[in-house]
Design a protein around this ligand. Structure first.
Ligand SMILES: [Fe+2]
Ligand SMILES: [Fe+2]
Length: 480
């Protein structure tokens, strides 16, 4: 197809995205935006994509505009990262067609004004594998098809369809993961209003370990959200009144000192408010806040970013005598209800065939405070959602009972929670017995002063729920 009608189509449709000035307002960089538009025109003409895009627009308005949007923003980000035009074209085509698998979903999905049910969401997930197949069958390369397949995967293994991890992705696939979410958040949807650019970035930044953090920082610099890096005539700070300090995770090196136009509470603030509502036993406020915070989050992130952090906060308040033991136990009980509620539907019908895990405790029976046990409860549910069979023993087992349990249930991984130093000897004794009797069984344990015990008997130290799942998947490779 010749370029002229394509140019007209592209320029008109881009005008329809958000405000006519979406990119100009966001990026302050007219040349790069023009380049991205030219790439889009060129690709659509070369691959004769107008009929496909028109069908897409008719079936699913949002996905059509989102696809154009992801191409533009993705190109701007890739340009910022590489400035290598050859790489850019392949990536741009992959960006444009990443959601093509959605064309196979029932059309009413595109117009739902409510959240998807669990079953509907399972169907939506297939747009990754379906898109991959469709692209291969229609003459696109494996490289292009992989964008469709991998764009909902996450670096920590929490994504779909396969739960792949960090090493499985190219840089441009990692770029798409970030841009896809950023684009989605900054569009109005039938069930929610759009987030501002800075709110969207804040949400991405909260997803620790999920996205390539440096990719998010690079997007911020593309968006000129880092006043230190502003160049030329663009003066974004002038457009905003409030300047709020941002503290990105310390392990990343990018120098982001401030972010402007902050509106949404940070997750840390929300967790403090949630904790206060819980310890004051204001359940109604707690539930409301909880569901507001978790809106749109994956279950893994709800568990790790909201629930586990709230538990930690309660534990902290109790240990520092800000609240009574009773308040902390009551608050933890409410959290347990929430975990139950969130997982009930998800764990009911699944075949538990990924492997067998035994979660037990090294602390003594008279430990009343239930926080560590509740952490196991969260881990248990997270593993179950991912089809692991889990047996949780919340009181200390006798050594011989533990051995019987491992043998009888063909346990692959044993997790210990150890809360008091007095239980170190007991733990070491049991761990050594497992080593001797079941050398293939993996042992994990958690305690802040684990250095005090014999590390040789432990395979993995960090039992934060999400890391536990990741580790379990890794172990699986050795026995499958
Ligand atoms: Fe998608
Ligand atoms: Fe998408």
């Amino acid at each position: 197809m010749s370029a002229a009608p394509v140019r007209k189509f592209v320029l008109e449709e881009l005008e329809n995205i958000g405000s006519p000035l979406r990119y100009e307002e966001m990026f302050h960089n007219p040349e790069d935006i023009d380049d991205a538009k030219e790439i889009m025109i060129h690709l659509i003409a070369e691959h004769d994509l107008i009929p496909l895009l028109k069908t897409m627009k008719k079936r699913d308005h949002y996905t059509f505009y989102h696809s154009l949007d992801v191409l533009i923003i993705g190109c701007l980000l890739m340009n910022n990262l590489y400035n290598e035009p050859e790489k850019l074209e392949d990536a741009a085509l992959g960006f444009l067609l990443h959601d093509i698998g959605k064309m196979n979903l029932p059309q009413e999905f595109a117009h739902l004004k409510r959240k998807l049910t669990v079953e509907e969401f399972e169907m939506v997930k297939t747009h990754t594998t379906e898109g991959y197949q469709w692209l291969l069958e229609n003459g696109f390369s494996e490289t292009i098809a992989r964008y469709a397949l991998n764009h909902h995967e996450r670096l920590d293994g929490s994504g779909y369809p396969y739960g792949k991890t960090e090493d499985d992705f190219t840089i441009s696939e990692k770029c798409l993961m970030v841009v896809d979410v950023f684009s989605a958040l900054t569009f109005d949807r039938p069930h929610r209003n759009k987030f501002s650019v800075t709110e969207a970035i804040q949400i991405l930044l909260q997803e620790d370990n999920t996205f390539e953090m440096n990719m998010i920082f690079s997007l911020m610099s593309t968006l000129r959200l880092n006043p230190q890096e502003k160049t030329g005539s663009a003066e974004p700070a002038e457009k905003f009144e409030t300047v709020v300090k941002l503290h990105p995770p310390k392990k990343y090196t990018a120098s982001v000192d401030a972010i402007i136009n902050w509106k949404r509470n940070t997750l840390a603030e929300s967790i403090t408010t949630l904790t206060n509502a819980l310890v004051e036993d204001d359940r109604r406020a707690a539930f409301e806040l909880f569901f507001e915070m978790c809106d749109g989050m994956s279950i893994e992130n709800i568990f790790t970013n909201v629930i586990t952090r709230t538990l930690k906060e309660i534990d902290h308040q109790y240990k520092n005598n800000y609240i009574t033991k009773k308040s902390s136990i009551d608050a933890a009980a409410v959290i347990q209800l929430v975990v139950d509620y969130m997982t009930r539907d998800r764990t009911r019908k699944l075949p538990m065939n990924e492997g067998n895990v035994l979660l037990t405790t090294g602390h003594s029976d008279d430990c009343i405070y239930k926080e560590p046990v509740l952490t196991w409860y969260i881990t248990e549910n997270l593993l179950k959602i991912h089809n692991w069979s889990v047996d949780t023993q919340s009181s200390r087992l006798h050594k011989s009972t533990l051995m019987e349990c491992i043998e009888k249930n063909k346990v692959n991984i044993v997790g210990f929670s150890i809360t008091t130093e007095e239980s170190f000897a007991d733990f070491s004794d049991k761990a050594e017995a497992i080593r001797k009797n079941f050398p293939e069984v993996k042992i994990t344990a958690a305690h802040s002063s684990l250095t005090a015990i014999n590390r040789n008997v432990i395979d993995f130290y960090n039992v934060h729920p999400k890391n536990f799942l990741k580790y379990a998947k890794k172990c699986q490779e050795s026995w499958k």
